[in-house]
Design a protein around this ligand. Structure first.
Ligand code: ATP
Length: 791
């Protein structure tokens, strides 16, 4: 707060009537303005600024409205006296860090918008789970899988019968080693493209055939001595876009290769799986490669590094190259790396005749088989074909088709699991933060039984800074010592007023325990404190909050991811680094607070829930200016239902009036931000990074998501900032000047500036992370990108 002028914003002192007509109550000139605060008079607004005519309010969702049953905790209920009291207290302006501050209402000056009519929402006809295991009599043994491997699948992974995509793709991937004949499937090895819904078991779809063929190759029979030499090197490489996904695939693989030996079958067990990912010790990886890793799971950057620099990395006998989340691997940033990888593999792979004897050749594809998997393989497929594939067979949940030209007939639309319940909430910018908070809280409240419940919620945000900001906010706001500190800071204000207000807030926020020390949130904050990997959020009724993004160090990432995966209840705040492939058990709800910059990411984000036939729901936040995005979703046969902001905010109270508790909640969060300079900086950074991230929406959606359409002041409010963006910008420039000055100081080592191009590649390519405000938009222009693609 040091650099900015005190921002004077009008605060409505009018008791918010239960305004059924819309979200806003009009701005009113403050009548209680006291020195030193100068109140800027609000313009008289002729028509209600946010009006949601009763006739247009869509209540298609099953979300409960404000009944006494649906309201979250009892400590949110206020007596009318308390409400009155709060109204009076809230009108008082005070000094925050020596600056005049006036609280502004979140319910004024919001844009007018009409809720879509319920009749425009097409309901899903078929709610039968589409990604569950088959309910007919299909079995893995029936598909030709080794009975011992089936036992292993059952005992180690709880997998008994195949899913639809497994039933379709496994026989094709078994190729000539297939023991069950099927005339419709090629009996030679072909490249395969697998497209199936999220959570339908694509990982096992490609792992089972590879392991099955290696198990067969290691089996000693009367006429075949089996293959038991680990020095064969790497025979299969599985590439994934993120480290977490690579770790997850390895975990499944490790269980799978431990196939028990039947008494009458002799097997030479030599299948050694291994992992190569960024952030890990390269020398240890080299040592493992030297010994021989037969099935390698890796992220592209680290694989290329070892291909280029590790002499003992032997890929001469490579027979499988599997690209998990293949469309993502071909996105900007990965493409170049992948092309280099494929070029090196092409140069180094030799189909050694020693493995081509008449008996063993059925276990080993004669040449490298390429397999591509994703839930969203579409027009990219043709592009991928140019890079890696040779006339692939296309397998989806619906069809098997030979030849790439027909692919588009089968993948015109992205598909999400039938049982996934999708909703959206049109939320004016000023109401975003409080609505998010209310929505998360409602996930942990059983409205029917009227008691807290366990739930697992993932909130997707557009950038790392925003994740850090919300993590700090939810993790620390609401503790009593914050309030105490704030009271101390506010020495110049009216103590009595503050005291009463804080008491009212405590009551509403449910502050039960006295927190004496802040939990550590940052590893380098204090060396002695150990980052527990999560924060317990008082603001969210003591729910643990986790975070995951690409700017975290590898240890924290792994810990945070594992903790959330294993937890029975909690909120994970993350970037798109968690959008693809991650199989976190029992996630109930996905909240897309920032809309995805690519429609494919919508499908992958919502796919973290409703996996393998389980139920799940997903909510999307949209600004009134972004409503057209619903049409884009509809064009993909995705029909989310509308849940109004009123519905969400109503869960904060038993009373008709949800404005007051919502406003108090917002004030509480703003106070937490403003009381500490670090918090203000965090909020500003998050604000700017989010704006930058917003600018990365593709040209096809630019008419919907354009920064020019945003009300920057209102957006700032959603980061708990009471400053106009120009103030923020000035502060940011001032900081840059300060850094530049420091750099010029004699004796100071010039801080090497990161090459923005490189940074962008890093952010987008490996970790899905749009990070700090300084690091982004100097990447290639659209024209440059097109030129690059052409060449
Ligand atoms: N046939 C099966 N029976 C029971 N469970 C299965 C079966 N196949 C896979 N699973 C389990 O289903 C979960 C989801 O599988 P997986 O992660 O492979 O899905 P996916 O299709 O790759 O999803 P995404 O597109 O999100 O990556 C995993 O926990 C996996 O162990």
């Amino acid at each position: 707060m040091a650099d900015d002028d005190g921002l004077l914003i009008n605060f409505s002192n009018r008791k918010p009537a239960a305004n059924k007509q819309g979200l806003a109550f009009r701005k009113k000139k403050s009548t209680t303005s006291t020195s030193p605060v100068v109140s800027k008079q609000a313009p008289v607004i002729k028509k209600p600024v946010v009006s949601t005519p009763v006739t247009n309010i869509t209540t298609t969702s099953t979300t409960t409205t404000a009944t006494s049953e649906s309201v979250i905790p009892s400590n949110f209920n206020q007596s009318s006296n308390q409400l009155e009291q709060h109204q009076q207290e809230a009108t008082s302006q005070k000094l925050v860090q020596g600056k005049s501050q006036v609280l502004s209402s979140i319910f004024t000056s919001n844009p007018y918008f009409r809720q879509p009519l319920a009749k425009n929402i097409k309901k899903k006809i078929n709610d039968i789970p589409s990604n569950a295991p088959m309910a007919d009599n299909t079995t893995f043994t029936g598909l030709g899988i080794d009975p011992d491997l089936c036992t292993c699948l059952n005992s180690k992974l709880g997998v008994q019968v195949p899913t639809n995509v497994q039933r379709k793709a496994i026989p094709t991937l078994l190729g000539p080693s297939r023991t069950v004949r099927d005339a419709t499937i090629p009996d030679h090895d072909v490249d395969v493209v697998v497209q199936a819904e999220t959570g339908s078991g694509k990982t096992l779809t490609y792992l089972i055939p590879v392991v099955n063929r290696l198990v067969a190759a290691s089996t000693v029979t009367d006429d075949y001595s089996g293959f038991g030499d680990r020095t064969i090197g790497t025979v299969a490489i599985i590439l994934t876009p993120t480290r977490e996904l690579a770790q997850q695939v390895l975990q499944v693989l490790q269980k799978l290769v431990n196939v028990p030996r039947s008494q009458d079958i002799k097997r030479l067990h030599w299948i050694v799986p291994g992992l190569l990912i960024g952030g890990e010790n390269k020398n240890k990886e080299k040592a493992r490669l030297r010994k021989g890793v037969n099935i390698l799971v890796s992220t592209p950057g680290r694989l290329l590094d070892h291909l280029e620099n590790t002499k003992s990395f032997d890929v001469r006998q490579l027979r499988w190259l599997i690209l998990d989340e293949a469309d993502r691997l071909l996105d900007l940033g990965f493409e170049e790396t992948l092309t280099k990888i494929i070029k090196l593999l092409n140069e180094r792979t030799i189909a050694d005749v020693k493995y081509q004897t008449s008996l063993s050749q059925k276990f080993w594809p004669a040449k490298r088989q390429n397999v591509l998997c994703s839930a969203t393989l579409r027009d990219d497929v043709k592009h991928l074909a140019g890079v890696a594939l040779d006339r692939p067979v296309f397998v989806s949940g619906n069809a098997i088709k030979e030849g790439i030209d027909d692919v588009e007939d089968h993948v015109e639309k992205y598909s999400t699991p039938n049982q996934l319940k999708q909703t959206y909430t049109i939320t004016p910018a000023k109401l975003r933060l409080v609505t998010l908070t209310a929505m998360i809280r409602s996930c942990f409240w059983d409205a029917q039984r009227r008691k807290p419940k366990n739930s697992k919620v993932i909130v997707f945000l557009s950038c790392c800074d925003s994740v850090d900001f919300h993590y700090t906010l939810f993790g620390h706001a609401g503790s009593q010592d914050d309030d105490e500190e704030e009271n101390d800071d506010d020495g110049e204000g009216n103590d009595d007023e503050n005291d009463t207000m804080h008491k009212a807030l405590d009551k509403i926020m449910g502050n039960k325990k006295k927190v004496t020390k802040k939990q550590t949130i940052d590893e380098d904050d204090d060396d002695k404190k150990i980052d527990p990997g999560y924060l317990t959020s008082e603001l969210l009724n003591d729910v643990p909050v986790y975070r995951l993004h690409g700017d975290m160090d590898q240890k924290s990432r792994t810990r945070s991811y594992n903790l959330f995966s294993q937890s029975s209840s909690g909120v994970l705040l993350c970037t798109d680094v968690a959008a693809r492939g991650l199989d976190m058990p029992n996630v109930d709800r996905i909240i897309q607070y920032d809309p995805p910059t690519d429609l494919k990411d919508y499908v992958h984000r919502v796919g973290r829930t409703a996996r393998l036939g389980k139920a799940g729901s997903a909510s999307l936040f949209l600004l009134p200016s972004e409503m057209e995005y619903i049409d884009i979703l509809k064009a993909q046969d995705l029909f989310p239902e509308s849940v109004t902001v009123e519905n969400v905010l109503s869960t904060l109270t038993t009373k008709q009036d949800y404005h007051t508790p919502a406003q108090i909640l917002q004030n509480k969060m703003e106070q937490f931000i403003l009381k500490d300079e670090d918090n203000v900086m965090l909020a500003r950074k998050a604000y700017w990074s989010s704006m930058r991230a917003y600018a990365t929406h593709g040209s096809a959606e630019k008419h919907i998501f354009h920064v020019r359409k945003l009300h920057l002041g209102h957006m700032a409010k959603s980061f708990g900032l009471r400053e106009a963006p120009s103030n923020i910008q000035v502060a940011s420039k001032a900081k840059k000047k300060k850094v530049a000055r420091q750099e010029r100081m004699p004796g100071n080592k010039a801080i090497k500036k990161a090459n923005p191009m490189k940074k962008r590649t890093y952010d987008h390519a490996s970790e899905f992370a749009i990070t700090s405000a300084d690091s982004l938009p100097t990447g290639p222009t659209t024209r440059q990108k097109k030129k690059k693609r052409k060449s």
